[in-house]
Design a protein around this ligand. Structure first.
Ligand code: PEP
Ligand code: MN
Length: 277
């Protein structure tokens, strides 16, 4: 029987998709580490330099953040994107950052063009778990990147099955951009001890279904910095093509997700393990 996800299916495309950004390749032999603070921080450039020193392959931080409460910090917006641009200039590392929607209402009531800005500044556009089932948003991103084929890092929806996750990727691919990295980040409902139910075994399951690269995010899956290192090692053993890890020079001071953010020393250890894997 044919898979519903025609473009993402490994049956139709047995050759593995490689995502190339300059000399960096996602889906190849080298495991790729994407890391940074949850939100863009004021001292982002300094943090970016520490990330590079720890060995990170790409820098990730949110200028637009999907927060459960509208009273929590929502990300610096355009000035955050400019800090990411500076971080890229200083380190030479590609930038990953999230588009939370097409527009966002700023505190002065004006509408900011989130997607257009992110497409302009990001090397890889992140689509978060909450948007993984915003189907028109997925199609819009696919359409708006159909010429440049700028890579999209698509996170698994909060409670999506693996097939549903692949159909979300299909929405983007159908519009002409097939450069998608799938990111597992745990699923709801959460168990007692972790932020989400850890979905590490789905790396193997997805590898049998799709040719797209698969990375794992131990930070959002567990919500606990004390679990990030062990989960990172396990995810690589399960065949992940890379990791997305929240790290900060001063984890306790992170604007968001501090409790799951690791320090540079731990990150360096994980990266050494990953790059020798
Ligand atoms: C994030 O990556 O910081 C984030 C908000 O993740 P998710 O969409 O997986 O919850
Ligand atoms: Mn986060």
């Amino acid at each position: 029987m044919e898979d519903k996800y025609k473009l993402a299916s490994i049956k139709n495309h047995p050759k593995k998709t490689l995502i190339r950004l300059g000399r960096t390749v996602v889906g190849g032999d080298k495991k790729i580490i994407i890391s940074g603070p949850c939100s863009v921080e004021k001292n982002m450039v300094e943090i970016a330099q520490a990330l590079k020193k720890a060995g990170a392959d790409m820098i990730r931080a949110g200028a637009y953040k999907p927060r459960t409460s509208p009273y929590d910090p929502q990300g610096m917006g355009l000035s955050g994107l400019k800090l990411l641009e500076k971080s890229k200039q200083k380190t030479g590392l590609p930038i990953v950052t999230e588009a939370t929607g097409i527009y966002r209402v700023e505190s002065d009531g004006k509408l900011e063009k989130v997607l257009e800005n992110v497409i302009k500044y990001a090397d890889i556009i992140q689509v978060g778990a909450r948007n993984a089932q915003s189907f028109d948003f997925l199609s819009t991103i696919g359409k708006m990147t159909s010429k440049t084929k700028k890579p999209i890092l698509l996170k698994r929806g909060l409670s999506q099955t693996t097939d549903e996750f692949l159909l979300s990727a299909e929405y983007i691919m159908r519009q002409g951009n097939k450069n998608i990295i799938l990111c597992l980040r745990g699923v709801a409902p959460k168990t007692k001890e972790t932020r989400n139910t850890i979905d590490i075994e789905d790396i193997k399951i997805l590898k049998k279904k799709t040719h797209l690269p698969i990375i794992f995010d131990p930070s959002h899956a567990s919500g606990r910095r004390d679990m990030v290192e062990e989960l990172s090692r396990k995810a690589l053993d399960y065949g992940a093509d890379g990791l997305l890890i929240e790290a900060h020079t001063e984890p306790d001071k992170a604007i968001s997700d501090a409790y799951q953010t690791i320090d540079m020393k731990t990150l360096k250890r994980i990266i050494e393990f990953a790059h020798n894997h």
